[in-house]
Design a protein around this ligand. Sequence first.
Ligand SMILES: *[C@@H]1O[C@H](CO)[C@@H](O)[C@H](O)[C@H]1NC(C)=O
Ligand SMILES: *[C@@H]1O[C@H](CO)[C@@H](O)[C@H](O)[C@H]1NC(C)=O
Ligand SMILES: *[C@@H]1O[C@H](CO)[C@@H](O)[C@H](O)[C@H]1NC(C)=O
Ligand SMILES: *[C@@H]1O[C@H](CO)[C@@H](O)[C@H](O)[C@H]1NC(C)=O
Ligand SMILES: *[C@@H]1O[C@H](CO)[C@@H](O)[C@H](O)[C@H]1NC(C)=O
Ligand SMILES: *[C@@H]1O[C@H](CO)[C@@H](O)[C@H](O)[C@H]1NC(C)=O
Ligand SMILES: *[C@@H]1O[C@H](CO)[C@@H](O)[C@H](O)[C@H]1NC(C)=O
Ligand SMILES: *[C@@H]1O[C@H](CO)[C@@H](O)[C@H](O)[C@H]1NC(C)=O
Ligand SMILES: *[C@@H]1O[C@H](CO)[C@@H](O)[C@H](O)[C@H]1NC(C)=O
Ligand SMILES: *[C@@H]1O[C@H](CO)[C@@H](O)[C@H](O)[C@H]1NC(C)=O
Ligand SMILES: *[C@@H]1O[C@H](CO)[C@@H](O)[C@H](O)[C@H]1NC(C)=O
Ligand SMILES: *[C@@H]1O[C@H](CO)[C@@H](O)[C@H](O)[C@H]1NC(C)=O
Length: 795
Amino acid sequence: MLSSLLSIAFLLSQAFAVTQPANTTILGPYGHSPPVYPSPNTTGIGWEEALIKAKAFVAQLTLEEKSDMVTGTPGPCVGNIAPIDRLGFAGLCFQDGPLAIRVADYASVFPAGVSTAASFDRELMHERGLALGAEFRGKGAHVYLGPVAGPLGRSAYAGRNWEGFAADPYLTGVAMEETITGVQANGVQVSAKHFLAYEQETQRIPSVSDADGFDEIQQSVSSNLDDRTMHELYLWPFANAVKAGSASFMCSYNRINGSYACQNSKTLNGLLKEELGFQGYTVSDWGGTHSGLSSIEGGLDMNMPGGLGEYGEYLAPLSHFGGNVTAAVNNGTLDIARLDDMVTRIMTPYYFLGQDKDFPTVDPSSALLNTNFPLDTWLRNWTLTGPSSRDVRSNHSILIRKIGAASAVLLKNVNATLPFKAPKSIGVFGNDASEDTQGFYNQVDWEYGTISVGGGSGTGRLTYLVTPLDALKEKAKETGAIIQQFLNNTLIATTDISTLTIPTPPEVCLVFLKNYAQEGADRTSLDTDWSGNEVVESVTSYCNNTIVITHASGINNLPFASNPNVTAIIAAHYPGQESGNALVDILYGTVNPSAKLPYTIALETDDYNGLPTTAVNSTDPYAWQAWFDEKLEIDYRYFDAQNMSVLYEFGFGLSYTTFELSDLAIAKLSNETITATAAPATILPGGNTGLWENLYNVTVTLTNTGDVAGAEVPQLYISLPSSAPAGTPPKQLRGFEKVFLEVGESASVSFRLMRRDISFWDVVRQDWVVPEGEFVVSVGFSSRDLRVRGGLSVL
Ligand SMILES: *[C@@H]1O[C@H](CO)[C@@H](O)[C@H](O)[C@H]1NC(C)=O
Ligand SMILES: *[C@@H]1O[C@H](CO)[C@@H](O)[C@H](O)[C@H]1NC(C)=O
Ligand SMILES: *[C@@H]1O[C@H](CO)[C@@H](O)[C@H](O)[C@H]1NC(C)=O
Ligand SMILES: *[C@@H]1O[C@H](CO)[C@@H](O)[C@H](O)[C@H]1NC(C)=O
Ligand SMILES: *[C@@H]1O[C@H](CO)[C@@H](O)[C@H](O)[C@H]1NC(C)=O
Ligand SMILES: *[C@@H]1O[C@H](CO)[C@@H](O)[C@H](O)[C@H]1NC(C)=O
Ligand SMILES: *[C@@H]1O[C@H](CO)[C@@H](O)[C@H](O)[C@H]1NC(C)=O
Ligand SMILES: *[C@@H]1O[C@H](CO)[C@@H](O)[C@H](O)[C@H]1NC(C)=O
Ligand SMILES: *[C@@H]1O[C@H](CO)[C@@H](O)[C@H](O)[C@H]1NC(C)=O
Ligand SMILES: *[C@@H]1O[C@H](CO)[C@@H](O)[C@H](O)[C@H]1NC(C)=O
Ligand SMILES: *[C@@H]1O[C@H](CO)[C@@H](O)[C@H](O)[C@H]1NC(C)=O
Ligand SMILES: *[C@@H]1O[C@H](CO)[C@@H](O)[C@H](O)[C@H]1NC(C)=O
């Protein structure tokens, strides 16, 4: 989704034109997207009764109504499909996503994707999905625009990494599945996004030469990647999304191997609808449609938000779709069977989720907050009924606080400085500690104010925010501690703190740092904002017990990590509206930290690979190319393959207690001989069912050996045998479980390995293949703290 701040442009010249043929000189060895036609019909597998209802619905539509059903129109929500009164169809309402219902009042702001991933907690991921789904439903939103598996996190700099989960396809895949089943349990559709290989913001949409945004001079950046990387990294979590029953998929702004994601027949028809057996509909990201027939035949089922032109001056009903679809059917260019399939794909999940029965109306207050479509832009008579400003927050603050604490990663804790032993004097430093001075709708990197979520369309409208300073003061009422704060980073960074008047010298100094990120721009630095490093330097020269807390979109440089006066570091990411409460729970030990980094923090800025393409030296319209030459080597896969030391590795996070692992055992789950590939089978949603078959059960014993109760996350990493093709990462996450244990308690923890988990994608066989030879199965507390190992030969 685009934020309304950004203007978008459509590629008029390419409407109903054939997709630009690949120029192999520009595109190189893998920058070519092979054609896959026709777009397969849905067979409604798993949704059989709903398919019958959808077909009956489609049978009653006129051609014009069918065209309307696949084309957005201005209305109360950020995306709208018009009602058809004569059939009792109330239309469809699409809302952002993914951490809150954004265009709404009296709704909760949940922890961001990156925080949710850091919890490594399946149950909390699911509960968050359930709560989000309940809020969307309460506000009358049929479709939740989320969750996000693209960006995956190829680059530390990508502006939207925080909207997604982790720089690892397995963890992201699990988070997708748990979120989707949670949201859809409320009868709300998800739109898994952004499909596919959307790994940078720079040049995500075409550059234009005119103010209206119609004269495109350079096309969107093309993510150029090979077939193996596609399957093993970027497509992987989306396969979980199909398996989990996603109603829809949103195609992204970028090109993929030279062809726009929303008209890319290889990714939409080939990978999504054929290989993964996706039965629902694809919808364009807002403004991501660049053609009519090419997109429709390439696999796009719905064009959002529908019109042509910039935000704010909508020219709908003029659209690549809409009236053009009607005309194309009438003149024989477009087979009506394809249009029927598009509408059938849209209506099948609608019936499956029971949206034809008792679905709440769109809250009128959302319509008034919708800056994409002010009331005077509406082309239809949209009757808004039902109570306005419905409060859908319920008791979700409890869950938000719980996830906030469960996702705060404790990176350093020297001499058990945490949890607090009742300090009587606490110094608070940094502009991230306190109230936002410029409002609750965070779309700018305000100097003063704690960051609880990122900006752009993936933000939320806070109804309240518990800041760290608020929560510390509240706690101080109980403990009697004195809290003294300095919030001006310039002052802190440029002043000798010992010269400031601090009536009671602090026993502990808390420094709050932040980095802001939002869609539309990649980060230009991995440092925290507002001279964060200098702030820490200044405070540590005065205070030998300094605890640094970051509120950040993801990877940050932490040059102070080895400073002996920095006694603890907590990466709290974007925790949502209960930010301060969740942090105080950790600081005072009410909650024992158990979160893990969902990415790697390198030693040096220059150590990161996969940098975004930020400039081109050519005026060629197709010049913007992002070569995914690192292939499978992103994040820990890269640092491991290059044998590089890192500061804090993927999966790392401390606890106030200690744990041990023992007794790794591997059991085969069936006596049948395992073959190298899954037997050919009917494709169900998620692909060949054999890929999802559990083949092995790995068990370990986890013991809490410390003196505090707490949760730990044993992580299973697999190393494929040497017979696997070159470029196979040294190890890959293939299991994790968060387990809570009392002091001295032990538990057996089991992980199931599916066929996909022990296979690589064979580009010649075009199948997942289990390699011959000895696998190493390791379980530990991070990607570099592996405690127990076992061997496994499959074939
Ligand atoms: C392909 O691109 C190269 C480099 O821009 C250019 O020299 C060449 O003429 C192009 N070939 C075609 C067939 O367009
Ligand atoms: C889809 O179904 C229609 C109607 O049965 C049929 O005419 C059309 O050929 C099918 N399309 C594909 C791609 O199978
Ligand atoms: C059809 O699409 C073209 C651009 O592709 C647009 O200029 C025209 O207005 C559209 N027609 C309708 C009826 O939407
Ligand atoms: C059919 O209609 C479409 C949409 O208006 C138009 O782009 C295309 O040129 C027409 N084709 C023919 C053969 O008339
Ligand atoms: C819009 O619909 C309402 C309710 O059906 C009706 O009362 C009203 O007259 C309609 N307005 C217009 C402009 O059609
Ligand atoms: C940590 O404890 C050790 C041993 O008691 C001591 O030498 C060191 O100064 C302590 N460090 C800090 C930062 O308190
Ligand atoms: C912050 O401190 C700097 C340096 O002392 C000062 O120039 C600036 O005015 C202060 N800002 C505010 C808002 O007080
Ligand atoms: C640590 O703090 C003490 C004051 O307690 C100060 O004298 C010392 O220089 C500081 N060390 C560093 C590395 O900043
Ligand atoms: C830290 O500073 C405090 C007071 O400023 C002092 O009492 C204590 O000894 C220092 N600790 C270390 C380890 O330097
Ligand atoms: C563009 O050209 C300049 C000067 O030759 C060079 O330094 C720079 O690296 C080039 N940038 C890209 C993106 O190729
Ligand atoms: C496998 O075979 C053994 C020995 O025949 C039997 O005890 C066991 O139950 C079988 N396991 C499964 C999963 O079928
Ligand atoms: C895996 O092993 C554990 C421990 O023996 C057992 O409790 C669990 O049921 C097994 N899982 C499967 C799928 O067999």
